[in-house]
Design a protein around this ligand. Structure first.
Ligand code: ATP
Ligand code: MG
Length: 251
């Protein structure tokens, strides 16, 4: 097992207000799996991905990544783990505009402390892997949307991460380049990559091996809507108890 989330809660504090976002999320993934997390806007998809990606910590619960409980690590240890084990792909690519494709792919390798020669090798190999071997010296504004996203995918895979996390990776692309990016993810998965992809697009989700749904911060398998409803009610009454103290004996 590469990932295991047990009883994960995430509550943001805004001023005096507590905003519960993830409620008792239980989820795991095996090595080599390709899973889509589906759900409407605001349901907590990115919040969950940020926890799995070690960008943030759960309020409570246990998150085991590649055998390590990351919920209790220091921020520095989390950052190291992130560089070593996780490849991120975002909807808006997040490439640095003044750097070439090659330099963009090299950057996280630099942070990971990989020596110059080795990181150039890894970055080139990754760009070749995504079909951009001829575009090493292009800056993002000289690349099409699909090429930008493939550059971002090269950056994600360059250090051979344990898991690739993609948050709406086709959200900013036209349908043709979106399909090419999805083909690439499929190819990577066939050659062994573990992929967790967020999407609210059913067609895109259908291409993963397995889908889970998240609604109002509750995660469930498709077909378990009833169980999810039940859990939501339980979580709501639990929250009401914590807030309101004693139930009223009027009426
Ligand atoms: N840093 C934060 N502080 C307070 N609330 C937050 C924070 N980040 C997210 N939220 C809240 O958590 C909820 C879930 O947000 P999240 O970004 O995880 O949704 P999402 O499912 O990724 O939505 P989308 O499909 O629109 O990207 C939202 O109600 C949002 O307002
Ligand atoms: Mg999101």
């Amino acid at each position: 097992m590469i990932l295991s989330c047990r009883h994960i809660y995430k509550t943001y504090i805004q001023g005096k207000l507590e905003v519960p976002v993830l409620k008792d999320v239980n989820f795991s993934m095996d090595k080599g799996e390709y899973v889509a997390i589906m759900g409407p806007s605001g349901s907590g998809k990115s919040t969950l991905m940020n926890l799995i990606g070690c960008l943030d910590k759960p309020t409570s619960g246990e998150l085991i990544l590649d055998g390590k409980d990351v919920s209790k690590l220091s921020d520095n240890a989390l950052a190291d783990l992130r560089l070593e084990k996780i490849g991120f792909v975002f909807q808006n690519f997040q490439l640095l505009p003044y750097m070439t494709a090659l330099e963009n792919v090299e950057l996280p390798l630099t942070y990971a402390g990989i020596p110059k020669k080795k990181r150039r090798e890894l970055a080139k190999a990754a760009l070749e892997r995504v079909g951009l071997g001829e575009r090493l010296d292009f800056k993002p504004n000289q690349l099409s949307g699909g090429q930008k996203q493939r550059t971002a995918i090269a950056r994600a895979i360059a250090n051979h991460p344990k898991i690739i996390l993609a948050d709406e990776p086709t959200g900013a692309l036209d349908s043709k380049s979106g399909r090419q990016v999805m083909d690439l993810f499929e190819e990577l998965n066939h050659s062994g990559s573990t992929i967790l992809m967020i999407t609210h697009d059913a067609q895109i989700g259908a291409r993963a091996q397995r889908r889970v749904e998240i609604r109002d911060g509750i995660l469930y398998l498709p077909g378990q809507e009833k169980e999810a409803e039940q859990k939501l009610r339980e979580e709501e009454s639990r929250a009401a108890m914590q807030e309101g103290g004693e139930p009223s004996d009027e009426g």
